[in-house]
Design a protein around this ligand. Structure first.
Ligand SMILES: C[S@@+](CC[C@H](N)C(=O)[O-])C[C@H]1O[C@@H](n2cnc3c(N)ncnc32)[C@H](O)[C@@H]1O
Length: 317
């Protein structure tokens, strides 16, 4: 029984330089072998892999999905495959193989070899007991982007944070957690959408039960939170403030446009306004409102589209 390495090229040489002794490798496997041996070990085609002898297959190629399929056809189970790279797959390809890999490689080497796709800490932060999470935890890109944006704002851009469209406070508490020293203004009717804005009965019903006090109770730093219940912009009641970060997430064109008109001039230089649903074909109002607001301004706002689940747009001041 031995260790096999998929890929007889740069990835394999990095593996050796990170500490896997060549003497521990039985053979290399490569779909397109250039030579019959690599670093003194034979290079096999996938169909030549002696599956029964393979205790661990370390995959250095990026094409993890294809290779997983080939291994399955060869009869090699996932418990014996360690993927070091991952071609844009968010799935943890190594979920079932850690025990075998740790036994053969040792915990320290395994830790060094394992891929680091999740460079951001938010998902861990949100799954901690301090911030148990539901649906948002599935939108890694949205959370990771928020974390990086907050990191960039900290110490550089003055002003409070705000969210218009809070619902149960899922995203708001990420903001409150990532910018603990900033005031966080939360604007929501806490009873759903304004009549006439276009909410279907089911959507309206789903948003009716959220209450302001329940949202406040979920915030990790409630002392920094300022609640503004009611329909926006009437709910502002003469508020004046400057902002470093604004999340705009009210689903429909009219309140989005009101939000842009009020928040954008009050966003400090270097600040960011996150427009949720900008790329969401199911809620085209967000993109329509931005188009109208830019027409009013007579210029387009510098922005970066995010590949999160609803196609947020980061508007940069
Ligand atoms: C999609 S939810 C917000 C979700 C939240 N941002 C999150 O990610 O967890 C939209 C919210 O916008 C609120 N809303 C819509 N129009 C509004 C208005 N004119 N004034 C105040 N709140 C409004 C609704 O009550 C609803 O809670």
């Amino acid at each position: 029984m031995g260790i096999y390495v998929w890929g007889a090229g740069c990835g394999a040489s990095q593996l050796i330089s990170k500490g896997l002794e060549i003497g521990k490798i039985s053979a290399f496997v490569d779909s397109f072998p250039v030579k019959s041996d690599f670093l003194g070990r034979p290079v096999l085609r996938p169909e030549e892999l002696p599956v029964a002898d393979c205790e661990l297959l370390i995959v250095t190629s990026r094409h993890s999905g294809d290779i997983a399929g080939q291994c399955s056809r060869l009869g090699l189970d996932r418990e014996r495959i360690l993927f070091l790279k991952n071609h844009c797959r968010l799935e943890d390809m190594n979920a079932s193989c850690t025990t075998a890999a740790e036994k053969l490689l040792g915990g320290e080497l395994l830790e060094r070899l394992l891929p680091r796709q999740r460079v951001i800490s938010s998902p861990a932060l949100l799954s901690s007991s301090a911030l148990p999470e539901r649906e948002l935890s599935g939108d890694y890109v949205r959370l990771a982007a928020l974390e990086l944006i907050c990191r960039r704002l900290e110490g550089k851009v003055p002003g409070a944070a705000a969210e218009l469209g809070v619902y149960r406070g899922d995203f708001a508490r990420c903001i409150n957690s990532l910018l603990p020293g900033r005031k966080l203004y939360l604007f929501d009717s806490f009873s759903g959408f304004e009549p006439g804005d276009g909410a279907e009965p089911a959507l309206q019903a789903a948003h009716e039960s959220a209450g302001a006090e329940a949202v406040l109770a979920r915030m990790p730093h409630p002392d920094m939170v300022r609640l503004y219940p009611g329909y926006f912009p009437a709910s502002l009641k003469g508020l004046e403030e400057r902002f470093c970060l604004v999340s705009l997430d009210v689903d429909f064109a009219r309140p989005t446009l009101e939000g842009l008109r009020w928040f954008w001039p009050r966003l400090n230089a270097g600040g960011c306004l996150l427009l949720h649903d900008w790329g969401n074909p199911e809620l085209p109002g967000a993109a329509q409102a931005l188009e109208q607001y830019e027409a009013e301004l007579g210029s387009s706002i510098p922005s970066i589209p995010l590949p999160d689940m609803k196609g947020s747009l980061a508007l940069c001041k």
